[in-house]
Design a binder for this molecule. Structure first.
Ligand code: ASC
Length: 152
């Protein structure tokens, strides 16, 4: 009876852990690396394409920026689940991603906060706020890369 109870408790703990781990979503480490790098590439594209507008080099189309920021926001949530244990080899991620998990999470949170500001500015149709939030998003990208990405 005790054994069964223990087994039930172990399952109750293990199943949600497995479901949220990288291995529930990715067949092998290379798939996780490819996934997160693809998300980063898409983010760079959707972030980069707005910069001419923020620099005053292209006209501000509020609806187009709002739609683009919505895409960026969706992609921005994706990479983090793909940094599972055992997915460092042959990637650009520094070991610090795993050895300083709290620091890596803090960097994600900084990015997420800046993204929330960017979404709010896009929703408000406020170009000055968009510029400021975009600057914060860019700083969050760079800060995380400086700390957690191998320089190429
Ligand atoms: C990008 C990109 C980054 C960030 C960073 C911002 O478009 O690829 O890594 O913005 O350069 O400072």
């Amino acid at each position: 009876m005790k054994k069964i109870t223990l087994f039930a408790v172990a399952c109750a703990v293990a199943v949600p852990l497995l479901a949220s781990s990288a291995y529930a979503q990715f067949a092998k480490p290379e798939a996780a690396i490819n996934y997160r790098q693809s998300a980063m590439t898409l983010m760079a594209s959707h972030f980069g394409r707005m910069q001419p507008v923020f620099k005053g080099q292209a006209p501000y189309d509020a609806a187009a920026i709002k739609a683009n920021v919505a895409v960026l926001q969706t992609i921005a949530a994706l990479p983090w689940a793909a940094f599972g244990t055992g997915t460092q080899k042959d990637s650009n991620a520094k070991p610090d991603v795993w050895t300083d998990a709290a620091g890596f999470k803090a960097a994600q949170d900084k990015f997420s906060t800046a993204m929330t500001q960017l979404v709010a500015a896009a929703d408000a149709g406020d170009l000055d706020k968009l510029r400021a939030a975009s600057g914060d998003v860019g700083s969050a990208c760079k800060g995380c890369h400086d700390k957690f990405q191998v320089k190429k």
